[in-house]
Write a protein that binds this ligand. Structure first.
Ligand code: MN
Length: 432
């Protein structure tokens, strides 16, 4: 499969991918839906208006002339698949309908570096799992000691918690260092101030397309039919706040200040050639979690960090989605088995994707072993935790034969914490 639009072999966005996003342009500031192809974004609202999807979606539809993907996501798998096939046809090198229509190409194709990207989905609920065994074990050792590292429930169910959807932000949004309570080691009382152990978590999220009715669980082998696509996620974490607050109900302020996602949602169908078995599950999961098909994907993942004074970023992590013990299907089945309804636009994140090797650890907490083994970024710079001005970039792709199914990037720069006097309203916030 090849497009008439030139796409180099390292591009994340060949015709085999076609991830969805929301964008606007200088001449038309209305956010609308597009797919990434090479260096371009293809405006689906224009193609829709020209009638290219009438036989799939129906006449006079405006499902792509929307500021979020939610309506399209709720339309279901047959329509997602139909639209994807139509786009692959329209973009293919042998198909003249778009290729030879310069008027239409001018209206519908924009260079990605000339558009503004927006948060692609209105996220209703955000759930964060904890699905990497290596991550759970590492964190367990550091927080509770070797004997209690992996809780007895961990190999029997995908452990997760309900996160905060309101603070899910688009890649590029700067991240303000959070304030909160921490309890210094050996101190009798907690102190209030800015987080001193700011961290990232390398994760991938799946976005629910079609949900379920409350009380009607989604069976594990049906689960993927409800998933619209996948996205890169950075689940920013405040480790010192987390260590003090997390027991007994789990993290709260340590996680709810920000979670960043990449602008492009890769359809599950695009990942099909990269489907692989996950790790062997021992003990065998209970029947409602038993999945008959392989449920993982071979997705290479990287994290890069660039300090304020550095010219070039340094790669600090290389991991793979395959490291996850629990699959998306098992997470969806478990999430709904008690009666919970999932809805269009829900984000289910994987939890930190760490593997067994040192370089595959997906957080600074693990890479620096809770700050005790700083990582060297260059001859001058080392890090225990994120510093103000640090730029953190995550990226990932599936490597095909001469092409990549890429997820783009999720980037965030750390901003200094709010002035304490301002935060406590003892002083006016001069920036407002
Ligand atoms: Mn997380």
């Amino acid at each position: 499969m090849k497009s008439f639009i030139e796409v180099n072999s390292e591009s994340h966005f060949p015709i085999q991918n076609l991830p969805y996003g929301v964008f606007s342009t200088e001449n038309n500031p209305t956010p609308r839906i597009g797919v990434a192809i090479g260096d371009y974004v293809l405006d689906l609202s224009v193609l829709e208006k020209e009638g290219f999807f009438t036989d799939i979606i129906g006449p006079n539809s405006t499902i792509f002339n929307r500021p979020t993907l939610n309506d399209f996501m709720s339309s279901g798998r047959e329509i997602w698949s139909g639209v994807r096939k139509r786009l692959q046809l329209l973009l293919s090198e042998d198909e003249p309908q778009l290729r030879d229509n310069y008027d239409l190409r001018n209206q519908a194709l924009f260079l990605q570096n000339e558009v503004d990207l927006h948060l692609p989905v209105e996220i209703g609920d955000y759930t964060d799992f904890y699905a990497s065994k290596d991550h759970a074990t590492n964190v367990g050792i550091m927080f509770r000691g070797k004997e209690n590292a992996l809780m007895p429930n961990w190999t029997h169910l995908p452990v997760g918690y309900h996160g905060r959807a309101s603070s899910v932000v688009l890649s590029g949004t700067s991240i303000r260092r959070p304030l909160g309570q921490t309890k210094p080691k050996d101190a009798d009382h907690p102190v209030f101030g800015s987080c001193r152990q700011l961290d990232f978590e390398l994760e991938m999220g799946c976005l629910i397309g079609t949900g379920n009715n409350r009380g009607e669980p989604i069976p594990v082998d049906e689960a993927e039919k409800h998933v619209f696509g996948m996205v890169l996620v950075n689940d920013w974490s405040a480790r010192d706040i987390q260590a003090w607050e997390y027991q007994p109900l789990g993290p709260f302020l340590a996680k709810n200040f920000a979670t960043s996602i990449a602008p492009w949602i890769v359809p599950l169908e695009a990942l099909e050639p990269f489907r692989v078995k996950g790790p062997i599950q021992d003990p065998k999961p209970l029947e409602y979690l038993e999945q008959s098909e392989p449920g993982s994907f071979n997705i290479h993942l990287e994290v890069h960090l660039r300090g304020k004074k550095m010219n070039n970023p340094k790669q600090i992590c290389s991991s793979n989605y395959q490291n996850l013990y629990w699959s998306i299907a098992q997470e969806v089945a478990h999430h709904t088995i008690g009666g919970c309804d999932l809805n269009t636009g829900d984000l289910l994140a994987s939890g930190t994707i760490s593997g067994p090797e040192k370089e595959s650890r997906g957080s600074l907490l693990e890479l620096t072993w809770r700050g005790s083994e700083p990582i060297q970024l260059n001859s001058e710079e080392k890090r225990e935790w994120l510093e103000d001005g640090d730029e953190l970039t995550m990226t990932g792709w599936c490597q095909g034969d001469g092409y990549r199914i890429g997820f783009g990037e999720v980037i965030g720069v750390i901003e200094p914490a709010l002035d304490l006097e301002v935060a406590l309203r003892k002083k006016a916030n001069v920036s407002k």
